[in-house]
Design a protein around this ligand. Structure first.
Ligand code: UTP
Length: 298
């Protein structure tokens, strides 16, 4: 069976971005001019995903509106002959999107459980809006290619600095069955560096078999009092094989303020409308900051 469905959990509280996220979904914060969730939807489509379910929560209406037609705006742009802007507005409406609400943010595992009826008895991918991935082959497609060979769940992982293991789910890798594809002995949520079994951290793309839902249904809250997807995957790994695929492309953590800023600058430097001005500005800023450096004593 091929993978055709994706689930994008977008019901978290986004506390790291308060107050911006008090009344607005963090997935709508734009990188220059594009909401982060649009990058995720584009990765899904480029990978060949046909149906996408977005799990929304409180204050997530703008996500639904963003992927819906806005007739008034389209008419206005048409009348003014702004065809380039019209194309940008229309490109988000031609997607097979579905929405479901997670009434209380009980954790990522609980958000994924809301997708049970949508997914049915098929393998599917989970894509987190916080993580923007860039590689020649989209990471979701890499996991789908693995599935064609293994017919097993595969979790994307990436090497992180050892002192950062307590921010991630970390795998205890077994044998490397082919380059970058590991068997996994077990998964540990946010271990302290001295207890971490490796530096391979779970990042925001998962390909899962539907057996995960029975496990999530029984899953007790774990780290932070939340129903953790990592804990459910660890249980799944005890009854069927779960692999980890190492990602070697570029990952941008836009759920974090600093990551959001650097990603915005990187993207801005490729944006046809602003790249030259932004580059000049950064060079100028660099000179000014350099000029402010305390002079070395002779
Ligand atoms: P995060 O750990 O980034 O949590 O969730 P968060 O609440 O969104 O953000 P902070 O840490 O408070 O700033 C990872 C992903 O899981 C989703 C989030 O929307 C995010 O995409 N999520 C998390 C849910 O959909 N529901 C939940 O109950 C928790």
């Amino acid at each position: 069976m091929h993978v055709k469905k994706a689930v994008i959990p977008a019901a978290g509280l986004g506390t790291r971005f308060l107050p911006a996220t008090k009344a607005m979904a963090k997935e709508m914060l734009p990188i220059v001019d594009k909401p982060t969730i649009q990058f995720i939807v584009e990765e899904a489509l480029k990978s060949g995903i046909e149906d996408i379910l977005i799990v929304t929560g409180k204050a997530k209406r703008p996500i639904e509106d963003h992927f819906d037609a806005n007739i008034e705006l389209e008419m206005n742009l048409k009348e003014k002959g702004k065809t380039d802007l019209l194309a940008l507005v229309e490109e988000t409406t031609d997607v097979n999107l579905h929405f479901i609400r997670q009434s209380h943010p009980r954790g990522l595992g609980h958000a994924v459980l809301q997708a049970r009826a949508f997914v049915g008895n098929e393998p599917f991918v989970v894509m987190l809006g916080d993580d923007l991935m860039d590689d020649k082959v989209p990471l979701t497609k890499q996991l789908m290619n693995d599935y064609e060979k293994t017919h097993a769940s595969t979790i994307a992982v990436m090497r992180v600095p050892h002192e950062d293991t307590s921010k991630y789910g970390i795998i205890n890798p077994g044998e490397e069955v082919e380059k970058g594809l590991f068997n996994v002995k077990n998964f540990v949520e946010k271990p302290k560096p001295e207890e971490a079994p490796s530096d391979l951290a779970i990042i925001g793309r998962y390909l899962l078999t539907p057996e995960i839902f029975d496990i999530l249904d029984d899953q007790k809250p774990g780290a932070g009092g939340e129903i953790q997807l990592t804990d459910a995957i660890d249980t799944l790994n005890k009854t069927q094989r779960v692999f980890a695929q190492e990602f070697t492309g570029t990952r941008s953590d836009v759920g974090d303020k600093f990551g959001f800023m650097t990603t915005s600058i990187q993207y801005g430097l490729t944006h046809p409308e602003i790249k030259d001005k932004l580059k000049d500005y950064i060079i100028q800023l660099g000179k000014e900051l350099d000029g402010n450096k305390p002079k070395k004593a002779k």
